[in-house]
Design a protein around this ligand. Structure first.
Ligand code: SF4
Length: 393
């Protein structure tokens, strides 16, 4: 297995395809900034290695039998980023892959962690598809994502990253297998309702490929214009210093004058401002983060400086301090408190499966606090308005 962290990266990567198709010159602009790997990304890499080993073991690929799987798991568990819940989440991914393979009429061809080349559409383009299943005229590309933030939820439909993996897989196998349909799935087991699927024809996929080819041609020339949008800018390495993003957000946040408009804004305007301003708050926070780094590096940011934040106190030797306290007559019971773990902590400690089997019957799901989301969100809308049926009950 090639270590996931050691894989090479392309200028026009599949994982950044949403960004550079939306904002083509971002490819060169962000290349000037270091590609710092976050803890979340390293945790995702670890989860991918575990998922890869489990799926290969299920299909008995690369001789990965039970013994070898145990050795991989033992090695991964030594990582400081290991968390037992990773086991349950990768099992959920394996369950999806297993049921997808069983949905084929006959045993499909299976490729795991397959490097696919999509240079026909994107210069020097390549990427790694987590799982490819082929059979009965259908190719199914499955991607595992380990993010846990609902804001980072990714949909499979029209997703440029999935389209590029699918094009690469189609290109690699079209001579061997006749294909008519393409199915793409993103499995995000840490999110509720974390499976997103999209099914389309090969012709439609190739048409999407043509559009991506045009965007890539602009990106490699640094053309096409900057197009800030909160999804594109979110993971762009230039996000804190990009002028196009700054100008857009300054215009949105500080546009002047009310003209002859009424003193109160309407709900239509409220909806429009919320949409337009989505990136303003994120941009200001990116700017603060970058300015702090500049000040700490000794560079001047006029009007701003770095100071020490509020500190906190901690014991140098808690056992010794408690011994002194109890020795001076303080009751031990005053120094300790016994608290139950939360439901989520118990589930994490004993694992999802054991939790459901042992105490699932004692769990009731209460509705969460209402939250404002965009209308494209999959969850049904709720209101406090009493319906006629409820009123007559
Ligand atoms: S920050 Fe946004 S607008 Fe600027 S280059 Fe990156 S993606 Fe484009």
């Amino acid at each position: 297995m090639t270590e996931h962290k050691d894989r090479r990266h392309a200028l026009l990567s599949a994982s950044g395809a949403y960004r550079w198709t939306a904002c083509p010159p971002s490819a060169f602009l962000e290349a000037q900034f270091p590609d710092n790997v976050s803890d979340a990304a390293e945790e995702g890499t670890l989860a991918h290695e575990l998922a890869e080993a489990k799926v290969k073991n299920y299909f008995l690929l690369d001789g990965l039998d039970k013994r070898k799987l145990r050795a991989v798991v033992t090695k991964l568990k030594k990582s400081p980023l290991w968390d037992d819940e990773m086991d349950g989440y990768t099992d959920e991914y394996l369950d999806y892959v297993r049921s997808a393979a069983l949905a084929f009429e006959n045993q499909p061809y299976v490729a795991i962690e397959k490097q696919v080349e999509f240079g026909t559409w994107v210069p020097d383009g390549f990427g790694t598809a987590d799982c490819i299943l082929i059979g009965g005229g259908t190719i199914h590309v499955i991607d595992f994502k380990y993010g846990k933030s609902p804001a980072g939820r990714v949909e499979a439909e029209n997703n440029p990253q999935m389209i590029l993996y699918a094009l690469g897989a189609y290109d690699a196998y079209k001579m061997l297998y006749p294909m008519k349909r393409i199915k793409m799935t993103i499995v995000q087991p840490r999110l509720p309702d974390g499976v997103s699927e999209w099914d389309t024809t090969i012709d439609a996929l190739l048409a999407q490929g043509e559009w991506i080819r045009e965007r890539a041609a602009l990106a490699v020339k640094g053309e096409g214009g900057f197009h800030p949008d909160d999804k594109a800018c979110r993971f762009c390495r230039a996000k804190a210093s990009c002028r196009a993003r700054a100008e857009k957000n300054v215009a949105l946040a500080f546009s002047d004058g009310m003209g002859n408009l009424p003193p109160l804004i309407s709900n239509e305007e409220m909806g429009r401002y919320l949409k337009l301003g989505t990136d303003v708050a994120k941009w200001l926070s990116d700017l603060q983060e970058k300015a702090l780094l500049e000040c700490l590096a000794g560079r001047e940011v006029p009007g701003w400086k770095a100071v020490e934040g509020r500190g906190s106190r901690e014991w140098t030797d808690m056992d010794q301090a408690f011994a002194v306290l109890t020795g001076s007559g303080i009751e031990e019971a005053m120094l300790w408190e016994k608290r139950p773990l939360t439901l989520a902590q118990v589930e994490k400690a004993i694992g999802k499966k054991a939790f459901a089997e042992c105490v699932g019957g004692y769990v009731v799901k209460r509705p969460g606090k209402p939250a404002l989301v965009e209308e494209t969100d999959k969850r049904p809308a709720v209101t406090n308005v009493v319906t006629a049926a409820e009123a007559f009950q």
